[in-house]
Design a protein around this ligand. Sequence first.
Ligand SMILES: *Cc1c(COP(=O)(O)O)cnc(C)c1O
Length: 386
Amino acid sequence: MPRRYGPYGGAYVPETLVPALVELERTWRSARGDPAFRAELARLASTLGGRPTPLYFARNLTRRAGGAEIWLKREDLVHGGAHKFNNALGQGLLARRMGKRRLIAETGAGQHGVATAMIGAALGLQTEVYMGVVDMERQAPNVERMRLLGATVHPVESGLGTLKDAINAALRDWIATVRTTHYLLGSAVGPHPFPSIVAEFQSVIGREIRWQSRRAFGRLPDLAVACVGGGSNAIGTFHPLIRSSVELLGVEAGGPSAASRGAASLVRGRPGILHGALSYVLQDADGQIADTESVSAGLDYAGVGPEHAWLRDSGRARYVAVRDADALRAFRWLAQDEGILPALEPSHALWAAVRAARRRPKDQRIVVTLSGRGDKDLEVVARAAR
Ligand SMILES: *Cc1c(COP(=O)(O)O)cnc(C)c1O
């Protein structure tokens, strides 16, 4: 399990957290080699989570693009409506293995908070979620969901009252409670060993793409596309394909206008330390974390997982930024062409995939990870249409 991806990653944390990170890494090492752990993970992924998710040929969207075939990896069909379940389940089982009875989590849009609350309930663990006050207002239905699932939601008033502040609050809680509490981090970010643990739990996406594309069209795709917030659904898609010749394209949030930085840390940021790891970060000249803006709350984060930073620098993956208006356009295409309401996060990836398909011959195959469903975004989409 790498501590570093090239120069990126590491664990820039207060000393009080070091024993918890060491314990987590040790537990993870023993769990991943333990057939009983793997069997329990597979059983719940399937019977509670609904895996494997289908690989769907988007025939009408392909016709619209007029080039390469577009296939969708349907993570929107996972329990809870997004890929976040894959990671929450895995880490919930690790928490139980460590004998920790309490889970804490941060959440921005509320999707990770909901996934953690579901897992907390299913595994009988007390669950507390930190959420910025601004996000609580923007994502009120998810606050209600978390409460109905038995979790406590702590409003975070500091900073801008959004995701970055919620992570800071969760880290503060963890420093005081590490003996009894597992911090169930929601993306492939944070100090080692979180990025590699999250990547492995999400790699079920790419492993299924491997066998499903062989079964569906006899080989691996030519291109895999996924949206990048913290980078967990993208790294889960990419990881099992890194040693193949499949091209990898990560899609960040470009924000509302050409003048905006959006939340595109890999495209418009530079290396810096955020939340315990060295990676690409959107920051000002003094290294202060920049404000981000995106139509999709799930991509609205100034940092990104360290493995993506390395994939970018090494050239193994490419990253682009897609603007709000184009993501909204792709949302409508998928709704009207295929009868699927995607979340706004993967709508960014869909737009990039359609653009790529247009430029490629019909015998090429593109797989796009549809990381979540769009029910949570109906309000935003309706407002944008007015
Ligand atoms: C949270 C979320 C994302 C962004 O998170 P990653 O860690 O980058 O995957 C993307 N899509 C959906 C549907 C989400 O809920």
